[in-house]
Design a protein. Structure first.
Length: 310
């Protein structure tokens, strides 16, 4: 038995065959010769296949040819390992490429192609994210508006971007609408499409006001004094959930509602007002504080109206 020929035959069966792509004797002779291994006749192939089976290799024999059914790793295992490697932030691209090549040597070229299609999809999505980011930076630098499309929202929106803030591995876009100077924010990866416009931002918001808004929202959600508050969603919808995700970056949806780890203060309550009776605070103590906050606002507004009349 020729050792070099047998090793090359194993490599060919492992790389170029699977249940959907068996190789017949002619295919094996051709691939062996491409690798510089000469075969005198087809009988040699049959004898080598029989030798492989005798030595414990699981070579399947079908009407269309042979394939090697055993492998050190399954396709799903290769996928998990490959994804784990690609998520290593400290590893350079050349290093990851070499490791992935070694992993792919354990599966057929057809399975490798399927996995690479998935990798392409991931890379392509990262590319789209970068394009959206570049368009946003262009609009920020030129004081122009953007037309955006967000997850779970049917309509496009024209917004004036104010600032991109990075927090806990996510970007948050702070913005306002052209007819209002009220500042909003949303998680940048919730934006699925961005289109540049040549419309100038008509409203100038002082930088100090933008920074104050960012600090308030950050402190409200990620303060050391934060506590977990539970809520019910009375009128559940995709739009409500999308708004909640924008307003509360650390939201945790539950079976009947959601939970927030936040500081219970006027910043939280001012955001809850916009939801009216669509949500309900489950924690009695926080609910009482919220009612007191609403009464204080009503009293202040009533006093202001009386002063205007007098």
């Amino acid at each position: 038995m020729n050792r070099e020929r047998i090793i090359t035959l194993i490599e060919i069966l492992r790389k170029h065959s699977d249940a959907d792509h068996p190789l017949n004797a002619n295919d094996l002779i051709r691939l062996l010769e491409e690798k510089g291994v000469k075969i005198s006749n087809r009988k040699t192939i049959y004898e080598d296949i029989r030798s492989l089976s005798d030595h414990g290799f699981d070579v399947e024999n079908t009407n269309d040819g042979y394939y090697l059914s055993e492998a050190p790793f399954s396709l799903s295992e290769i996928k998990i390992i490959s994804d784990s490697l690609n998520s290593l932030k400290a590893a350079d691209c050349e290093f990851l490429e070499k490791l992935n090549s070694k992993l792919y040597s354990f599966i057929s070229e057809y399975e490798e192609e399927d996995l690479k299609k998935l990798e392409y999809t991931i890379r392509h999505e990262k590319g789209r994210f970068i394009n959206r980011l570049e368009d946003t930076l262009h609009a920020l630098n030129n004081d122009e508006t953007l037309i955006i499309k967000r997850k779970n929202k049917k309509e496009n929106e024209e917004i004036a971007p104010l600032f991109l803030h990075r927090l806990n591995d996510h970007y948050y876009l702070y913005y306002h609408y052209q007819n209002s100077d009220k500042i909003y924010h949303c998680r940048f990866d919730n934006i699925t499409q961005i289109k540049l416009t040549d419309h100038k931002n008509d409203i100038v918001i002082p930088k100090e006001e933008i920074i104050r808004n960012i600090n308030e929202s950050t402190n409200a959600y990620f303060s050391k004094k934060a506590e977990t508050i539970r809520f019910e969603i009375i009128e559940d919808s995709e739009e409500i959930r999308s708004r909640l995700q924008d307003d509360f970056p650390n939201i945790m949806f539950t079976k009947d509602g959601f939970a927030l780890k936040v500081s219970v203060n006027h910043v939280l309550f001012s955001k809850l007002v916009a939801y009216g009776d669509k949500i309900k605070i489950s924690d009695p103590k926080t609910a009482e504080e919220y009612i007191a906050y609403l009464k204080k606002i009503i009293t202040r507004n009533s006093s202001g109206n009386r002063n205007k009349r007098s």
